[in-house]
Design a binder for this molecule. Structure first.
Ligand code: FPP
Length: 227
């Protein structure tokens, strides 16, 4: 078996450009990208990865045209739901990070159900970052620690990196060993800023809908060559 990193985080990029090269609408690219998520979960589990985080919808993605946002808000829960039984049977744990309280009610319900159903599973943890922004997460964490300090529940001198990490939405999830970004752009895009302090970053020109098991293994080889 490949010497896999424990946690791989992925910025899925290039759905829109991929659709354009196929003379299709952006939604076609997102649909194809959703199928890639399913394949990469399978490939990651097979390779021995224990945590896989997908940047599914960022806080910045609300700026996209309304039609596209509406499409993604339907596609994301629909895709998770479609593969839910299979993920449950394959012992996959599902976790959502990000503020999903502002999502359409039906989407919230489906996502919470998926998380709940698979909460006891433990072969691999798949984390979907939805309406997630790392700066927002850091600010939210800081606010809640400030409140605890004011209430006398936390001593400022006890706040260190471990304490802070344990207050983020990614608490209990080990930091990513490897961050993959598809479609060539060299940006972090407000994703896991605190958590990737020591991660290896791998950028591939391959667009997300074309990313496959072979590409994942190439990224893992790259990670192993940096150890
Ligand atoms: C970035 O490509 C991709 C997104 C903003 C959406 C990612 C969502 C999916 C692949 C659906 C996933 C579903 C589940 C269940 C996880 P882009 O549109 O920014 O591409 P572009 O840069 O080429 O325009």
């Amino acid at each position: 078996m490949t010497n896999a990193p424990r946690h791989i985080a992925i910025i899925m990029d290039g759905n829109g450009r991929w659709a354009k090269t196929h003379n299709k609408k952006r939604s076609y690219g997102h649909k194809a990208g959703a199928q890639t998520v399913h394949k990469v979960i399978e490939a990651g589990a097979k390779a021995g990865v224990k945590y896989l985080t997908f940047f599914t919808f960022s806080t910045e993605n609300w700026q996209r045209p309304r039609e596209e946002v509406t499409f993604l808000m339907r596609l994301i829960p629909k895709t998770i739901n479609r593969y839910l039984q299979e993920m449950y049977e394959n012992n996959i744990k599902i976790k959502i990070i990000g503020n999903i309280d502002v999502l359409p009610k039906n989407a919230q319900k489906q996502l919470k159900h998926a998380e709940e159903l698979c909460s006891k599973n433990d072969t691999i943890t798949v984390i979907f970052a939805i309406n997630y922004g790392s700066r927002q997460d850091i600010i939210q964490t800081t606010k809640s620690i400030c409140i605890d300090v004011c209430d006398g529940l936390v001593e400022p001198e006890n706040i260190d990196e471990i304490f802070f990490s344990n207050c983020l939405s990614t608490a209990k999830i080990p930091e990513p060993d490897l961050l993959i970004r598809t479609s060539g752009e060299q940006r972090i895009s407000n994703f896991l800023l605190w958590e990737i302090a020591n991660s290896v970053i791998y950028i591939t020109k391959t667009s997300w809908p074309d990313f496959n098991e072979g590409d994942l293994l190439t990224a893992i080889d790259f990670f192993n060559s940096k150890k």
